[in-house]
Design a protein around this ligand. Structure first.
Ligand code: AMP
Length: 288
């Protein structure tokens, strides 16, 4: 597995591959890798001749008071996992290679970034669009793989690359979960055993919405009430704070009154000091 730390060296490698007619997939990550990340690697290896993973904890997408300082950094284990998953190259830049002295240019994120995560985490998506565009300039890949675990992020990146004529194809990949339903996340390691138990309420709440829609409930208020009551649980046994628990149009993320088209149920909630997100898309069995 090749390892690069400068944009020049990785770009040179990518162009070498592409000039031989090879497709190149890139999997951007912040490290602390788990099976969710590795599923993106597997998908890239299925679809592309060459797979490059990036590991960079991007400071500009963390807000003040968020977990940038304590974000898990496990580079040795990450490199080992990537190598054993057959990754061809990794890009692990220093912060100064991405944000040189005097850096002041950002990508203004698209409209779809304004609600939900964008409203709860001001500046977050500006950091995301900026780093993703910078990575795609350093790594002019044919394909880039993102998890639908970060559903709005995937939509934001799709819109940004469309709006800016970036040629890389954006591929959204299924959410990988633990056996008990918890969506895998680098942040799950912050959870104590008791918090880990309560964090299951996110996926349970999404399951409840799925079942209600399947049984014919189409009223978005009813569905959202059920999500909230499931998340809050019995006294003291629920999540500590709900940022949002909504049913929205699966493409535009606009609020809906009724489930009369494909919808996404999206949740962000705090358990202890950990902020978790999860979602499900319900596109079948929609009554019209
Ligand atoms: P992160 O390291 O958290 O920035 O995530 C890097 C990529 O992995 C993003 O595209 C995430 O959406 C994706 N990802 C994270 N967790 C999961 C998961 N449980 N299932 C699928 N993709 C995931």
């Amino acid at each position: 597995m090749e390892q690069f730390s400068t944009t020049e060296s990785v770009r040179h490698y990518v162009w070498q591959q592409r000039s031989q007619g090879k497709s190149v997939g890139v999997v951007p990550t912040m490290g602390a890798l788990h099976r969710g990340h590795l599923s993106l690697v597997d998908r890239s290896r299925e679809e592309c001749d060459i797979t490059i993973a990036t590991v960079f904890v991007n400071p500009t997408q963390f807000g003040e008071g968020e977990d940038f300082g304590r974000y898990p950094r496990t580079l040795d284990e990450d490199l080992h996992a990537l190598k054993s998953h057959g990754v061809d190259a990794v890009f692990v830049p220093e912060t100064s290679a991405i944000y040189p002295d005097g850096f002041s240019t950002y990508v203004d994120p698209p409209e779809i970034s304004l609600s939900l995560e964008g409203a709860c985490r001001p500046g977050h998506f500006r950091g995301v669009t900026t780093i993703v565009l910078k990575l795609l300039l350093a790594i002019p890949a044919t394909h880039a793989f993102f998890g639908r675990k970060d559903y709005q992020q995937w939509k934001v990146i799709e819109a940004m690359t469309r709006d800016l004529n970036v040629e890389t194809k954006i591929v959204g990949c299924e959410i990988v979960r633990e056996n008990d339903g918890l969506a895998m996340s680098s942040r799950n390691r912050y959870l104590s055993p008791e918090e880990r138990e309560r964090s299951l309420l996110l996926s349970r709440s999404l399951d409840a919405v799925g079942s209600m829609i399947e049984s014919g409930v189409v009223d978005a208020d009813l569905l959202q009430c059920k999500m909230r009551s499931t998340l809050l649980g019995e006294a003291g046994k629920g999540v500590d704070k709900i940022d949002y628990a909504v049913v929205v149009d699966a493409d535009s993320l606009a609020p809906v009154d009724r489930v009369d088209r494909p919808v996404a149920a999206l949740i962000a909630a705090h358990v202890g000091s950990t902020r978790l997100i999860d979602n499900t898309v319900i596109s079948e069995k929609v009554s019209r």
